[in-house]
Design a protein around this ligand. Sequence first.
Ligand code: S3P
Length: 172
Amino acid sequence: SYAFKPRKSLVLIGLMGVGKTTVGRRLAHALKLQFRDADEEVEKAAGRSVSEIFEDFGEHAFRDGERKVIARLLEEPPMVLALGGGAFVDDETRERVKAMATSIWLQADVETLVQRVARRDTRPLLRDEDPETVLRTLLNKRQAAYAEADIHVDASGGSHQITLDSILQALE
Ligand code: S3P
């Protein structure tokens, strides 16, 4: 098995559809760490799905909840944490993650992301508009923030396994 034991949490960032949750679960398994997904934790705290939070309270309220949930998770023992695509764009969250964890940007071209997000996605930002246009716009707006991550990993390749191997290699 893999010997590396991180002293800090490993936080996966990047756009919707890049595979943060899938790769995160496998990374946690490989390192025998807990896995948590920030979207899921926000849903648990709110007792509502991400879409319902957007609908009932608006994106701003979702971002506030997301910021609090991530701050709480970062206080826990080292884990693998997948963030929602917008979380690391928040200045407070980005600074907190950079100070307390190892951040890993999963990068992929928009074509790959479009293939990976479902046509009828439950994600509120993709519901009413052309996914390619949305993802392209978000990437333009967000890539400077994402680029502040400690580790950049190419996740465009064929499989999540390749991405996982690249992360493990980068951590060595
Ligand atoms: C969002 C990404 C989603 C979720 C919310 C907003 C974003 O998470 O947090 O729908 O702003 O990119 P995933 O990246 O896990 O899909």
